[in-house]
Design a protein around this ligand. Structure first.
Ligand SMILES: [Zn+2]
Length: 239
């Protein structure tokens, strides 16, 4: 994507404008048929991914998805506010993805070297950023877990990595508080995944809800965080 031009380091915006021109002139014409089909048929994405806004974490690149294949919600810290706490963008994206688009998989994707996780470990960095500080309250459970389970002498790098993992698990739990998600799992239609993208290696670790561990994704059937119930009818209470 950026291999055939010289970046304009003095004026990054001009560089992006040239990128738009290249997209219109070179990339789009090659994909015209695909875009026509997507306009005609509408989107039918394979999954919803909730990832960090970090510029180094690109969901479509990690999963090798093209236009129309991935519904994406990105924010600082790949956070999912619990249902009812914040009637905002993330809740709306989840509801739309599940109920309107019918996605069957939701992925919460954290990553190594996450600035949001770093800010949780060093809250003094947030003194002038009240909005970020308030947003990161949704990760407090993860922070508390790390505080109580890691030795107090653990190096910062280890704490950071543990926090990024625990945060993925906490946000998966928040996802389950959303009625559309809870009902989808109960009906056997929805699977939840927790991933950690490692910038240093290009690898992805997947959370196993049964063992509570993250394992390297190396095939097409990685462990899942929350499996669908199987669609069995709910038991009726005896009278
Ligand atoms: Zn991040």
């Amino acid at each position: 994507m950026t291999t055939q031009h010289n970046p304009d380091t003095a004026n990054p915006f001009r560089d992006m404008a040239r990128g738009v021109a290249r997209f219109q002139g070179e990339v789009y014409p090659r994909e015209r048929g695909l875009y026509r089909k997507l306009v005609h048929d509408g989107q039918k994405p394979k999954a919803l991914m909730i990832s960090c806004a970090d510029s180094r974490v690109i969901p479509e690149m990690i999963t090798q998805c093209g236009p129309g294949e991935l519904f994406v919600c990105r924010n600082a810290g790949n956070i999912v506010p619990p249902f009812g706490r914040t009637n905002g963008g993330v809740s709306s994206v989840i509801e739309y993805a599940v109920l309107a688009l019918g996605v069957r998989d939701i992925i919460v994707c954290g990553h190594s070297d996450c600035g949001a996780m770093g800010a949780l470990l060093h809250p003094e960095k947030l003194a002038t950023m009240p909005n970020v500080a308030a947003w990161l309250h949704h990760s407090q459970a993860a922070q508390r877990i790390v505080e109580q389970t890691l030795h107090c002498d653990a190096p910062d790098e280890e704490r950071h990595r543990a926090l990024a993992k625990e945060n993925v698990v906490v946000q998966i739990n928040h996802l389950r508080t959303h009625p559309s998600v809870a009902a989808g799992i109960a009906a056997g239609k929805l699977t939840l995944h927790g991933w950690l993208f490692e910038l240093e290696h290009g690898s992805v670790l997947a959370y196993d809800g049964d063992t509570g561990l993250f394992a390297l994704m190396d095939d097409d059937t990685p462990p899942v965080a929350v499996a669908p119930r199987g669609g069995a009818a709910l038991p009726v209470a005896a009278e």
